[in-house]
Write a protein that binds this ligand. Structure first.
Ligand code: ZN
Length: 351
């Protein structure tokens, strides 16, 4: 049996599970920690987007995207997450961006389902470039979905083009839905387009009887952090999965948050939402994670902090051993990512 780090909890026989799935991530956000404060404090969700995230994504280049994906994938692996459903936007470096992310994740040994978030925020030309990147990547055999930022930043023509492309390629659409009040009328724009293979992210302000088809990705930590409200996922008949919305890929931690938030309303666990992620990436069921704890019982994990992944195998290959990545040098990734963060931050101070 693998030797264990001295700070690991005491245990008898370590629990083994299949690989965890982060059903909504933004790997590019891995470089954002410590970024300069916005010019003024955002007071609404829309201002959080305008003053923080839309400035950040506009400053990304392919080198930054590469190292953010390397760091994000490494951190996922270290948390026993073997599959990431990513949603990417980099309006100044669209072409080729999905391949950069896919290659970085493959290098670390983590599965990724890529999508480029199409939007009309940068005019119809920007929307076309986003659609083209999705199409290029998917037609070349990349694992992915057609990404859309959100209905409220897209024209009807763009939404229809994205839905049509996803239909043609059989991939589904990965889209933010009714995260804030600005997007509360998303149903009107999307209902006739949505399909069972869509991934509907957040749905905080989606009416319970909206009838949207697809899987709902619940991101409790992000929703609390952005003060957009609680999605109350149990009110929907749709399958529910858990994502982090770019705040790492520690899915046990996201489960604990989802659990605590859910328990305010009903005495249930949120474990099924975590397990449901494997419907999006079925291969993750064959991945194995050995934990630093003797139980995979949700009622125990919800109250046990610091449970860590010790050994992870993906596709039969050991990609994490004794808590350390086997294919890549974790220290080097952290060093390079820190350099790219500094480049990103200095570019932000120029815009
Ligand atoms: Zn998101």
């Amino acid at each position: 049996m693998a030797s264990r780090a001295p700070d690991a909890p005491l245990l008898t026989v370590p629990a083994t599970t299949s690989g965890l799935v982060c059903a909504h991530h933004h790997l590019y956000a891995a470089l954002a920690r410590g970024m300069p404060a916005p010019r003024r404090a955002p007071s609404t969700f829309r201002e959080i987007l305008e003053l923080v995230w839309w400035r950040l994504d506009a400053a990304l280049d392919l080198e930054m995207i590469r190292w953010s994906a390397m760091l994000g994938a490494l951190e996922a692996l270290e948390c026993g997450t073997t599959a990431i459903v990513d949603h990417h936007e980099s309006p100044s470096a669209i072409d080729g961006s999905l391949s950069v992310i896919a290659d970085a994740c493959a290098e670390v040994g983590v599965r990724v389902v890529c999508a480029y978030g199409v939007t009309d925020r940068h005019g119809p030309e920007g929307a076309r470039a986003g659609l083209a990147e999705n199409e290029r990547f998917l037609r070349a055999g990349g694992r992915g979905m057609v990404g859309v930022h959100a209905a409220f930043t897209c024209s009807d023509a763009t939404l229809e083009a994205a839905a049509g492309l996803a239909r043609d390629l059989g991939t589904g659409v990965h889209i933010h839905v009714a995260e804030g009040v600005d997007d509360a009328d998303a149903t009107k724009r999307l209902l006739h387009l949505s399909a069972g293979d869509w991934l509907l992210v957040h749905c905080v302000h989606l009416p319970s009887d909206a009838g949207m088809q697809g899987t709902i990705a619940h991101n409790p930590r992000s929703n609390m952090n952005n003060a957009v409200g609680y999605a109350r996922p149990l009110r929907f008949p749709n399958r529910v999965v858990l994502g982090t919305d770019g705040i790492g890929a520690d899915m046990l931690e996201e489960f604990r948050l989802a659990y605590a938030r859910l328990r305010e309303e009903t005495p249930e666990t949120a474990w099924q939402w975590l397990e449901n992620g494997d419907a999006l990436v079925p291969e993750a069921r064959a991945d194995t994670v050995t934990w630093s704890y003797e139980s995979a019982d949700p009622w125990r994990l919800a109250f046990t902090p610091g449970v860590r992944a010790l050994d992870v195998s993906v596709d039969g290959d050991v990609v994490l051993r004794d808590g350390r990545a086997t294919r890549v040098d974790a220290d080097e990734i952290r060093r390079k990512a820190a350099e790219q963060s500094q480049r990103l931050f200095s570019r932000l101070s120029e815009v």
